[in-house]
Structures are given as structure tokens and as C-alpha cells.
Design a protein around this ligand. Structure first.
Ligand code: AMP
Ligand code: MG
Length: 524
């Protein structure tokens, strides 16, 4: 038998250019993935492969499985385990690093963007400590589902390129089938990467890392003078995280483990462990079974992001000024902007979700969330919370109300009249906006309402990765090798704004008892 991969190296698929390996010696340990007994491809992200310009057609099925399980190291890859430190649940570990992950290398995608290709679950590395270096099918497929859901919602995220079963057992609370995830990221540089060198007092390496990060994520700063460009890097990271966390908050996403090693400089969401979308709106919702203090609860995520950014700022102090007092003053000013930027991003998103085209007449677009629209949004969220209304459906049914049908929204409340006062305020605000816009005034209120509803349905999803659906899909895949529920759910998550008979089963919240028990299921 002659197969494609015998005729050409299986590696023709990737064109690696490995800047991290080249530019940052001392930040990693070279390491090869472990060979596994039974590679089998469970998931391959064809659209992402196309975006990356990968020539997967050159590989037959066994060749693909061998690459994505780690048995074949593609030509041009320089697999390495990255070193990093991190604050985990508030406590500092000076050395964490990739215990079970390897960066294979980087490719330049079709749009000219440099993307990391990394394996997760590919065996022990020198950073594995007590861990087995492995990953199980369920949690790796969870990364696929939640990452693709986030991507479809327009939220910056790492993405899954492939998941391959390994054919070996992984020992957790019970025996589970093993898997390797191939993850694509703008980079894997984390706050913890900066903490790793800062903790060693190695300022030269710190500067190298900062320059590398600027070249990769903020190339416009590369010509800015030193030391201002390091402060500008901090400012940009703060801005990216403010935008990111605001997006999380506007879809009810709970990361679950916002340790500093799980927060990127690129501004992408990374490391989907005990993460989930909130159902009934409650800021105290927690999904990590070990998060007893609620450190990473839904409503605490902006605070924690600010706290993590302060840890990043601390690492950068030696680069900001020779005068420590001056460096602290500069960094403090940038950090102080975080809550303001966060509220600005949040409010911009909330206005769209409320069906508003922009700020009130005379109000600046960059207001920091102290105005009447912010109060309108806050009171809406308080209403959802008081009624324990499903966060996603609450927003979505507001679009129906904009189109003139309040019944579906009212049906979400035990007392259908509960939203009366708030709806009156909202309608007044909408009427006010329409009066200021001659187009809608000419078309009449009915047309304006339908157009508004359409716009609202484009920003308020009907399908999110609901816990019970995710668990159901992962259990079928992990326990029975049945990937059909996973594939159906993935299809629905990729069209989060489409309300159709096909999406209906994925739009309904779980029964309350299932939600209450959910956090005990979470694991990585
Ligand atoms: P995470 O909570 O997934 O961000 O991981 C925190 C740290 O633990 C990282 O350094 C991981 O590489 C490491 N780690 C997690 N699970 C394992 C495992 N099964 N084997 C080795 N290292 C692991
Ligand atoms: Mg991590």
C-alpha cells in the first residue's frame, strides 16, 4: 500500500518558524512528546487548519493521528516545555511550567499572524512535579467545546486544532481514556512567564522577554523609546484584559482558575479547566470545586484580573525606571486605569445588548459607567438576579420585547409583572434614542423595534455551552466512545445567535438540581 505520508514527509503540513525557541533560551526545556500505544483522531478543526494554511490533505488518517497524539514530531517542530511561575489561588509558586504540555513551534497563518501550535497531555516534562503528564478525553474535548463557543461569540481565545485519543488509560478519581489536545494560541506568554524571571531577579532575561512580547503582540511599540515602551506594553496588556473580561462578563462566562499562569499577555482566554457559563444570574457563582472562598466567582473576575495585572506590573518595575519610587508611580497610574477601562468596555457591550446604538445624546462614548445607561444595565442585572433568571435567556428575550412581544421575557420570572418598572424605563430610553435618529422616526416605531430586535439577537446569544449539555457530550465520548452528541453540540455552539428548531435543545437551562451538583463534576 502506498500512502500519501510515505511519499512525502508527514511534516509537509506545517511550515514552522520558531521564534520562541530561537530568541528565548533559558525560558524552556527541550523535550519530545511521549509515544502512545493507540493514536486515534477524535476531532480535527478543519476551518482552523485552513486558517493556519496547513496542508492536511497531504496526510492520511493514521499520519494525522500520529502527529496529533505526539507520536510523530513534524519536521521543523522544536518541541519544548515552557518555564513559568504563577500565583495559584493567591499563593506564589516560583516554578510551575508546562508539566504536561509542549510547544511544537509557531506558524504564520494566512493573515500573517504568528500562532503557537502546542500539545497538551503529551507526557511528563521536567516541570511535571507529581503529575503524570497526561490528559483525559473529557477535559480535552471540553477545551474544544468551550473554546469554539467563545470564538463563535467573538471572544479572543486559544483554539483547539485537534484531539487525539492515545489508547492508554489515565488515572484520576477513576480510570479514564487518555487524549492529547493540539492547541493554537497567539502565544503562550503568561503573566507567570514574567514572574518566572522576575522571581530570579534576572533583569536581562526580563528585558529580553519584554522585547520579545512587544515584537510579537505590540509591534507598533517596537520603535518607541526605552523605557517608555515597557510602560506602553503594560498599558496595552491592561487594555486587552479589560476588554476580554468585559466580554466574559457580558456572556456569563466563568473562567474558574484565573491564576496568573492562566492569564496571557496576548489577551486571549486560555486554559479551560473548571470553566462554565453561568445559568441563573448570580455573581457569587463558582465552578471550581476547590475554590472555597469564591476567589474566582463570576462577579469577582474583574477584581482578580486587576490583581493579576498588578502582579505583572510588579515584575516590570526594573524596566520602567532606575528609580523604584518613580517606577511604582508609573505602574500604579496604568493599573488605576484598569477599572475605568473595564467599565467602559462592559458598558459598550451592555448598550448593544440593551438595543442601544450608542450613548445618550451629549454623553461621551468613553464614559466610565457612572451614567444613566450603566444604572439601567445594573438594574437589569439586579432584576435577573433577584428572580434567579437565566442570564442568557434573560438578555435574549429582551430582544423579543424590543420586537413587541414581552411574553417570553415575562415567562422567565415567577411573577410576570416583576420587570414592569424596569421595562418602562428601558422603553423610555429607547424612545428617546429613536426620537434623536431621524431614520427610525420616519420608518415608524414598529419597524424600528424589529430592526432593534434583529441587532440585539446578533449580540445576545441563544446558544451557550450549557453545563448539562457539555457533560452529556463528554460522558458519551469518554464512557462510550460516542462522539455524536459532542459533534451536535459543537455545531450548535458555532451558530450561537441562530434560533432554530435544531438549536432549541441547547437553549434550555438545566434543571435546578443538576446545576446545584455541577461543580463537583469539574476537573482537568
Ligand atoms: P492548570 O491548572 O491546568 O493551569 O495547571 C497548573 C500547573 O500544573 C501547570 O504547571 C501544569 O502544567 C501542571 N499540571 C496540571 N496537570 C498536570 C499533569 N497531569 N501532569 C503534569 N503537570 C500537570
Ligand atoms: Mg494553566
Amino acid at each position: 500500500m502506498t500512502t500519501a505520508h510515505q511519499q512525502m514527509p508527514p511534516t509537509a503540513a506545517f511550515r514552522f518558524d520558531n521564534s520562541y525557541a530561537r530568541d528565548l533560551p533559558g525560558f524552556y526545556v527541550a523535550r519530545r512528546p511521549e509515544v502512545v500505544p493507540g493514536p486515534r483522531l477524535l476531532f480535527l478543526n478543519h476551518s482552523l487548519a485552513a486558517e493556519l494554511g496547513l496542508d492536511l490533505a497531504a496526510l492520511d488518517t493514521p499520519a494525522r493521528a500520529a502527529i496529533f497524539a505526539g507520536n510523530t514530531v513534524p519536521e521543523g517542530a522544536e518541541p519544548l516545555a515552557q518555564a513559568y511561575a504563577g500565583h495559584q489561588f493567591g499563593g506564589f509558586s516560583p516554578q510551575l511550567g508546562d508539566g504536561r504540555a509542549l510547544l511544537l513551534g509557531e506558524v504564520i497563518d494566512r493573515q500573517g499572524r504568528r500562532r503557537d501550535i502546542a500539545l497538551k497531555g503529551s507526557g511528563r516534562t521536567p516541570f511535571a512535579r507529581g503529575g503524570d503528564g497526561k490528559a483525559a478525553v473529557g477535559p480535552m474535548l471540553r477545551e474544544v467545546l468551550v473554546g469554539e463557543a467563545m470564538h463563535a461569540l467573538g471572544i479572543p481565545t486559544t483554539r483547539a486544532l485537534a484531539v487525539a485519543a492515545t489508547g492508554e488509560d489515565v488515572y484520576r478519581e477513576r480510570v479514564l481514556p487518555g487524549a492529547v489536545l493540539t492547541r493554537v494560541a497567539a502565544s503562550h506568554i503568561r503573566i507567570g512567564t514574567f514572574q518566572f524571571v522576575a522571581a530570579r531577579g534576572d533583569v536581562d532575561s526580563l528585558r529580553k522577554l519584554a522585547e520579545y512580547t512587544i515584537a510579537r503582540h505590540d509591534p507598533a511599540l517596537a520603535t518607541a523609546p526605552t523605557p517608555q515602551r515597557f510602560l506602553a506594553l503594560l498599558r496595552n496588556v491592561v487594555e486587552r484584559q479589560a476588554a476580554l473580561v468585559a466580554q466574559w462578563m457580558n456572556v456569563g462566562f466563568i473562567h474558574g482558575v484565573m491564576n496568573t499562569d492562566n492569564m496571557t499577555l496576548s489577551g486571549e482566554t486560555i486554559d479551560y479547566g473548571p470553566c462554565a457559563f453561568m445559568e441563573a444570574h448570580d455573581p457569587t457563582t463558582v465552578f471550581s470545586s476547590i475554590d472555597h472562598q469564591g476567589r474566582y466567582a463570576f462577579g469577582n473576575q474583574p477584581n482578580i484580573a486587576g490583581w493579576n495585572l498588578a502582579r505583572l506590573a510588579e515584575t516590570l518595575l526594573p524596566l520602567l525606571s532606575d528609580d523604584t519610587g518613580q517606577a511604582v508611580a508609573l505602574a500604579t497610574e496604568v493599573l488605576a486605569a484598569f477599572p475605568v477601562q473595564y467599565r467602559r468596555h462592559l458598558l459598550r457591550g451592555q448598550r448593544a445588548k440593551l438595543g442601544l446604538h450608542g450613548p445618550r445624546e451629549g454623553e461621551p462614548d468613553d464614559d466610565s459607567g457612572d451614567g444613566d445607561d450603566a444604572a439601567l444595565a445594573d438594574d437589569w442585572l439586579a432584576l435577573l438576579q433577584a428572580g434567579r433568571v437565566d442570564f442568557t435567556l434573560g438578555w435574549r428575550r429582551l430582544a423579543d420585547a424590543a420586537a413587541g412581544d414581552e411574553a417570553p421575557l415575562r415567562a422567565l420570572f415567577a411573577d410576570p409583572r416583576a420587570p414592569d418598572a424596569w421595562l418602562a424605563r428601558w422603553r423610555e430610553r429607547l424612545a428617546n434614542e429613536d426620537a434623536g435618529e431621524s431614520d427610525s422616526a420616519q420608518d415608524g416605531p414598529a419597524i424600528a423595534g424589529l430592526e432593534r430586535a434583529r441587532a440585539m439577537r446578533g449580540v445576545n446569544p441563544i446558544v451557550i455551552a450549557r453545563n448539562h449539555r457539555v457533560e452529556e457530550a463528554l460522558a458519551a465520548a469518554s464512557d462510550n466512545g460516542d462522539l455524536a452528541p459532542f459533534e451536535r453540540l459543537l455545531d450548535a455552539l458555532r451558530q450561537p445567535y441562530d434560533e432554530s428548531p435544531g438549536s432549541a435543545p441547547y437553549a434550555e437551562p438545566a434543571p435546578a438540581a443538576v446545576t446545584a451538583a455541577y461543580q463537583t463534576f469539574c476537573g482537568t
